[in-house]
Design a protein around this ligand. Structure first.
Ligand code: PRX
Length: 633
């Protein structure tokens, strides 16, 4: 079984070992899985090209490790518990045996529709067990899943379908989110009508059974096909470095990029990190509240827990529905042992009911986690006191879509916790802080740019269809380092504290949004000359979106204009990217070379108008007073 660290000494030893002999360390972990054929080379890496390969020559199928290999010992154990949107609806359970059968049926459906190894399949699904079943079905036959969060707009979905040239889309008819019932099949239809020529079939799971438009040339009902298939399906033999999935994420420039993860390394790392970070024991009930549209859902609802033979819970709804006690009610109801959520949810629940968790029995909790954005001190203490209650330490886990798994985190009960600190690297992870010139900052009590100097098994391999973009985004800033885009501090004991993005990425409620993407969307409005978007501190969302918009003509009805801007952003990206504040301006501050001076705009958005620094070098310094005067509270 995967090594589980149990003491500080073991952590220190494992860490030392993983740095001195990374290949030996990870080979030992990899040995614990089922391979059709063993690898011939543990690691090949070059961070310049970049070219990273783990367990080359190894043949495997990740679903054999998620499912088949547990059948003998855990066939009747619950693999997935599903909690519905509505609290009064019964939960559903799938044992490992049942899940394998469902995955095989779905895999046979995909095959029957002509899906082959290497084909890309786009998902636009709610949080229902079928999303897990279908993702695993892809992996079973070697198809590559590309899950798109079902809150993105038709335009955003179409961009992603086209970029990956997906052959099929898997969606539901409707998506229940709290009090809403969103017609998602309509969004898929609209996206496909935008020139997604690669899509041959759309597989639709019926949730609420409302009205949908049906095109019998391409649309297929899940219940009419999957349910009729055989529950036996031979797993495809995959190379360790074959693609497992693509997941789109925002960067500082251009459109979102498709981060690529491969089979072998991702499997080894997600299982290892899951078992250690959550200290999962057989029989525990583990719940991660993320959506599978994000990397957290991939690695720590689906793959990590199933690889470890855990019972993992999926939740269809949202934190505040029907009330602010829902999370705690679900924890009590299922006797959840490990709970993993995002700071934005913690802050929202804290604001909605300071004492709410006290009404529930949370005594089964052993570990509580946080992910996706920096957790502020107040939220950390509230979570610790009201939810952890002295018996469940907080693991503030830092990682990214690109890292595939958690890289920096406390180990519960093993390393100490300190508010707002992600603390120490997991074994196999070698973080460094660099100064702006790329020089490694030695010693403690330093602050710099967070980079990693050695590959771990689940590091991204490329960005889909554009390797050069992968190189320039992550490996070109500092030679021989993977650059994370985050700034961090190292305290006197070597613990890391993540400060936040140092690039033009905003983290809104734990969702990564590129300022360039939002600006592109705003600029689609015919009345807009140009715009500039920055982040600012927001009590609940962590960061809010502040947009400065320059219109062609004087705006007569500012409120109407703002509503139009919100609509255009919703249309091109989705509601999650809607600016919280829109300041209408006649000029944007420009450098003499014509670049927008974002530093000034950030300071104004943050309300620090007295800290603008030297503005005399601007091409148009006179605009500063107007910007300050028009700043929105
Ligand atoms: O800025 C960091 C922040 O989220 C970014 C990664 O976002 P994404 O790829 O969407 O993945 C989120 C889930 C893993 C990082 O560059 N971030 C993530 N976790 C933390 C964090 N910031 C501070 N503390 C964290 N624990």
């Amino acid at each position: 079984m995967t090594l589980q660290i149990k003491s500080l000494e073991q952590y220190q030893e494992a860490y030392k070992n993983s740095v001195e002999n990374p290949e030996g360390f990870w080979a030992e972990q990899a040995e614990t899985f089922t391979w059709f054929e063993k690898w011939h080379t543990v690691l090949h890496h070059d961070f310049v090209t970049p070219d990273v390969r783990w367990f080359e020559g190894g043949k495997l199928n990740i679903t054999v490790n998620c499912l088949d290999r547990h059948i003998a010992t855990k066939g009747d154990q619950t693999a997935i518990i599903w909690e519905a949107n509505e609290a009064f609806e019964p939960s559903k359970r799938y044992t490992y045996k049942q899940l394998l059968a469902e995955v095989n049926k779905c895999a046979n459906t995909l095959k029957a529709q002509g899906v082959k190894k290497g084909d890309r399949i786009c998902f636009y699904m709610p949080m229902i067990p079928e999303v897990a079943i279908a993702m695993l079905a892809c992996a079973r036959i070697g198809a590559i899943h590309s899950v798109v969060f079902a809150g993105f707009s038709a335009n955003a979905l179409a961009d992603r379908i086209k970029d990956a040239e997906c052959k099929m889309v898997i969606c539901s008819d409707y998506n229940r989110r709290g009090p809403k019932n969103i017609p998602v099949k309509d969004v898929v239809d609209e996206a496909i009508s935008m020139g997604c020529a690669s899509v041959e079939k759309v597989l639709v799971y019926k949730t609420t059974g409302g009205k949908v438009n049906w095109n019998s040339n391409i649309d297929i009902w899940w219940h009419e096909t999957v349910d009729t298939m055989s529950d036996q399906c031979e797993p495809e033999v995959m190379d360790a470095e074959d693609m497992l999935f693509i997941l789109y994420t925002s960067g500082s420039t251009g459109k979102p990029k498709g981060v690529v993860h491969t089979c072998g390394g991702y499997m080894v790392y997600t299982c290892y990190s899951f078992k250690n970070v959550f200290q999962y024991q057989d029989g525990d009930i583990y719940w991660c509240t993320a959506d599978v549209g994000w990397i957290t859902g991939h690695s720590y609802i689906l793959y990590g827990p199933l690889l470890a033979g855990a019972t993992t819970m999926m939740f269809e709804g949202v934190p505040g529905h029907p009330d602010a006690g829902r999370f705690w009610h679900v924890c009590e109801k299922h006797r959840v042992n490990q709970f993993y959520t995002a700071p934005t949810a913690i802050r929202a629940l804290m604001a909605a009911g300071w004492h709410e968790p006290e009404k529930y029995d949370l005594s089964y909790l052993k570990v509580i986690g946080s992910v996706g954005e920096p957790i502020n001190e107040e939220a950390w203490h509230w979570y610790d006191e009201k939810v952890g209650r002295g018996h469940a330490p907080i693991v503030d886990t830092w990682w990214q879509t690109e890292t595939g798994g958690i890289l920096i985190t406390p180990l519960p009960g093993i390393t100490d916790t300190k508010p707002c600190f992600a603390s120490y690297p997991l074994p196999g992870v070698q973080p460094v802080l660099l100064d702006a010139n790329g020089v490694e900052l030695e010693g403690n009590n330093v602050e710099g740019l967070l980079c990693v100097k050695f590959p771990w098994p689940s590091i991204l391999r490329t960005t889909y269809g554009d390797h050069e973009r992968c190189r320039t985004n992550y490996f070109a800033a500092f030679k021989n380092y993977y650059f994370t885009g985050d700034g961090a501090k190292r305290d006197e004991d070597g613990r890391y504290r993540i400060i936040g993005r140092v690039d033009d990425v905003i983290n809104v409620s734990g969702h990564r949004i590129g300022t360039a993407e939002v600006e592109d969307a705003i600029d689609q409005h015919s009345g807009v000359v140009e715009s500039a978007v920055v982040g600012y501190p927001h009590d609940i969302k962590g960061q809010g979106i502040y947009a400065y918009v320059k219109p062609h003509h004087e705006v007569v009805d500012a409120e109407h204009f703002r509503r139009e801007i919100l609509a255009v952003v919703t249309k091109h990206i989705g509601p999650i990217a809607k600016p919280d504040k829109i300041q209408i301006v006649t000029q944007l501050p420009k450098t003499r070379s014509g670049k927008i001076m974002r530093r000034i705009l950030r300071k104004i958005a943050e309300g620090q108008t007295d800290q603008l620094g030297d503005t005399s070098t601007l091409l148009n310094p006179e605009c500063v007073e107007e910007l300050k005067a028009g700043a929105l509270e």
